[in-house]
Ligand binder design. Structure first.
Ligand SMILES: NC(=O)C1=CN([C@@H]2O[C@H](COP(=O)(O)OP(=O)(O)OC[C@H]3O[C@@H](n4cnc5c(N)ncnc54)[C@H](O)[C@@H]3O)[C@@H](O)[C@H]2O)[C@@H](O)CC1
Ligand SMILES: [K+]
Length: 507
C-alpha cells in the first residue's frame, strides 16, 4: 500500500499519531520534523525578500506554524506572527515564547498587523471540533479578503477534517500542505473551493501503525497512477490475440442522439479492447461505420422515434458472447425493453445515462437485486437522485456506499471528485480532475473507456471497483492534459478522446 492512496479521518489520524507517541517518539520531536519539512517546501516556493505573516492557533497546528515561523526567520525572511488566543497548548506556548525571545514581531490585534506577501495558516488542523464563531470567524474572513497567497498547514482552518464541510467559516487557501496522510475532508467536493493546490508532506509514518488502525486494506482510498497501472494489466502478454483482449458490446445511440454513440465508441477504442461491437439503430449505422471502421456496427430495428426496438445480434451470437456490455448513452427512454433485456442477462454490465433513467423507472433496487453478475452504475447527481431518491448525496462517500450496499452494484457518483464504492463499502476517490470536463459528451467517453477496460480485464481476477477507478482516473487525466495544452475551454468530448492515449504515454 502506498501513502498517497491512504485517506484518514481525524479520529484515525489521532489514533495513528497516538501509536507513534506510545512507541517513544517525543511529540516535540515530531513537530520539529514536520515543521522542518513544511519550511523546506516553503523556501523552495517563496522568494527570500518577501514578508510572511504566520497565523497561529491554540493547538499543535499553531505549534507547527510557530516552528515554521522560527525556521523562516533564521533563513532571512521577514516574518511576523498573529496569535489571537488567550490560552495555548503547552508546546505551542513554548514555541511562541521562543519566537518572541528571537525578536519575531507577535501581534494579538488585527488592527496592528503590518502587510505581507504570503500568509501561513496554522489556526486549526484536525483538532477543530466545533463551529468557528465571533472574533476568530471575523479574523478568518478578514484574511480571506487580503488577496494574498495562503499556505494552509494540514488543512484550511475551518474545514471539517472528515466531511470537508465549512464549520462557520474557513480559510481560502491557495496551497494546502496535508501532513502525513490525506485527510478525507480534502477529497470532498464542498472543500474544493478552499484547498487550492494540495500536496502531501510525508513525514515517515510507519506502515505498521497505519495497518493497525486502518486494517491491511483501508476502506477509503485515493486513486493513484500506480493503482491504475496495475489494473490495466500492461504490458500485454506477447502471445495475446484479439479474443483474449476482451469483446465489448456497446448499446447506445438513437436517431436523435447519434453523436453520443460515436463518443462512447471512441472512448472504448482508447481502452485497447480486443473486439468492439456497437449496437445502434439501423439508420445511424453508416455514420458509426465511418467513425469507427475497426468496430463491428450492429444495425438494429428501430422505433418510430429512432430508438433501438430490438437487439438483433449477428447469427450465432447472443449476449453471453460478450465479455462485457456498456449500455445507455443516447438511447432515449424509448429503448426500455432493450435495457430490461441486458439487465436480465448474466454479462458484466455498465449502465449509464438513459440506461440509468430506465433503471430508475423499472425500480432500481428490486431490479438490480435479481442480477447475478457484475453491475456498474455511473450516475451524475441528477441521475443518482432519480435512482436513489432516499439517499442524501451531500456526503458523497456515504451516498455511494449506501447505494452500492442496497443494490449489490459498484456505484460511481460523478462530479469534481468522483466517488466509487463496491457493495462492501470499499471506496475509491478520484483526487484530481478539471472543470474542463464538465461538458456534454464527456460522460459518454467515460462509459466507453470503462467498458473497454472491463471487457479486457474482467476475467483476470481484478476487483471491479478497481476497473471503475482506473477508467475515472484515466478519463480525468486526459482532461487535465488536454486543458493544459488547449485551455479549459478547449476540451470538447471528441478532443478528450484524442488525449486518452497520451496519458499512458506520459505515465
Ligand atoms: N502532535 C504532533 O506533534 C503533530 C501534530 N501535528 C499538527 O497538530 C495538529 C492537530 O493538533 P491539535 O490536536 O492540537 O489540534 P488543532 O491544532 O487542530 O486545534 C485544536 C485546538 O483548537 C481548539 N478549538 C477547536 N475548535 C475550535 C473552535 N471552533 N474555536 C476555537 N478553538 C477551537 C481546541 O480546543 C484545541 O485547543 C495537526 O493538524 C497538525 O497540524 C502534525 O504536525 C503531526 C505531528
Ligand atoms: K490550518
Amino acid at each position: 500500500m502506498i501513502k498517497e492512496q491512504i485517506v484518514v479521518t481525524s479520529a484515525q489520524m489521532r489514533d495513528i499519531e497516538g501509536r507513534i507517541f506510545a512507541g517513544g517518539m517525543p511529540v516535540a520531536a515530531l513537530m520539529e520534523k514536520v515543521a522542518g519539512l513544511i519550511s523546506n517546501r516553503l523556501k523552495s516556493i517563496i522568494p527570500k525578500d518577501r514578508t510572511i505573516g504566520i497565523l497561529v492557533g491554540p493547538g499543535h497546528n499553531g505549534g507547527d506554524a510557530l516552528v515554521v515561523a522560527r525556521e523562516l526567520h533564521f533563513q532571512g525572511y521577514q516574518v511576523w506572527i498573529y496569535q489571537p488566543f488567550p490560552k495555548l497548548k503547552e508546546l505551542t506556548s513554548q514555541h511562541l515564547q521562543y519566537a518572541q525571545s528571537l525578536g519575531i514581531p507577535c501581534y494579538q490585534e488585527l488592527a496592528e498587523l503590518p502587510s505581507c506577501d504570503f500568509l501561513i495558516d496554522g489556526l486549526f488542523g484536525f483538532g477543530l471540533e466545533r463551529e468557528i464563531t465571533g472574533n476568530i470567524a471575523a479574523t478568518i474572513n478578514h484574511f480571506n479578503d487580503w488577496n494574498c497567497q495562503i499556505f494552509s498547514i494540514d488543512l484550511p482552518s475551518g474545514l471539517h477534517t472528515d466531511t470537508g464541510e465549512v464549520l462557520g467559516t474557513a480559510i481560502r487557501a491557495t496551497h494546502t500542505f496535508c501532513l502525513g496522510l490525506w485527510k478525507q475532508g480534502l477529497l470532498q467536493e464542498q472543500a474544493l473551493e478552499y484547498i487550492g493546490k494540495a500536496e502531501l508532506i510525508d513525514f515517515d509514518i510507519p506502515l505498521a501503525d497505519i495497518h493497525v488502525i486502518l486494517g491491511e486494506v483501508p476502506k477509503i482510498k485515493r486513486i493513484t497512477k500506480t493503482t491504475v497501472f496495475n489494473t490495466l494489466s500492461l504490458p500485454l502478454p506477447p502471445t495475446t490475440h484479439k479474443y483474449k483482449s476482451g469483446h465489448l458490446l456497446l448499446i447506445c445511440g438513437s436517431k436523435r442522439y447519434a453523436g453520443g454513440a460515436i463518443l462512447t465508441g471512441l472512448g472504448a477504442r482508447a481502452s485497447g479492447v480486443g473486439m468492439l461491437s456497437i449496437a445502434v439503430p439501423e439508420s445511424i449505422k453508416p455514420l458509426l461505420v465511418s467513425h469507427l471502421p475497426e468496430a463491428l456496427i450492429i444495425g438494429c430495428p428501430e422505433t418510430e422515434t429512432g430508438a433501438i426496438s430490438d437487439l438483433q445480434l449477428p447469427p450465432k451470437t447472443d449476449l453471453s458472447s460478450f465479455s462485457a456490455i456498456a449500455c445507455g448513452p443516447g438511447l432515449t427512454t424509448d429503448a426500455t425493453p432493450i435495457v430490461e433485456q441486458v439487465i436480465n442477462s448474466e454479462v458484466p454490465l455498465i449502465l449509464d445515462a438513459d440506461g440509468l433513467n430506465i433503471l430508475a423507472q423499472l425500480g432500481t433496487i428490486p431490479t438490480l437485486r435479481k442480477r447475478q453478475n457484475t453491475t456498474i452504475l455511473t450516475p451524475h447527481t441528477g441521475e443518482f437522485h432519480r435512482l436513489f431518491p432516499d439517499i442524501n448525496y451531500q456526503d458523497r462517500v456515504k451516498a455511494v456506499q449506501t447505494a452500492a450496499l442496497q443494490t449489490g452494484a459498484v456505484v460511481l457518483l460523478k462530479g469534481a471528485r468522483i466517488a466509487i464504492s463496491n457493495p462492501e463499502g470499499v471506496v475509491w476517490i478520484n483526487p484530481e480532475s478539471t472543470p474542463a470536463l464538465a461538458r456534454g459528451g464527456s460522460g459518454d467517453v467515460l462509459t466507453g473507456l470503462m467498458g473497454g477496460i472491463l471487457a479486457r480485464v474482467v476475467n483476470k481476477q481484478v476487483n471491479i471497483e478497481d476497473v471503475v477507478a482506473a477508467a475515472s482516473w484515466w478519463h480525468s487525466q486526459g482532461g487535465i492534459l488536454a486543458a493544459k495544452e488547449r485551455t479549459e475551454l478547449g476540451v470538447d468530448a471528441f478532443t478528450l478522446t484524442q488525449y486518452l492515449m497520451r496519458v499512458l504515454v506520459d505515465m
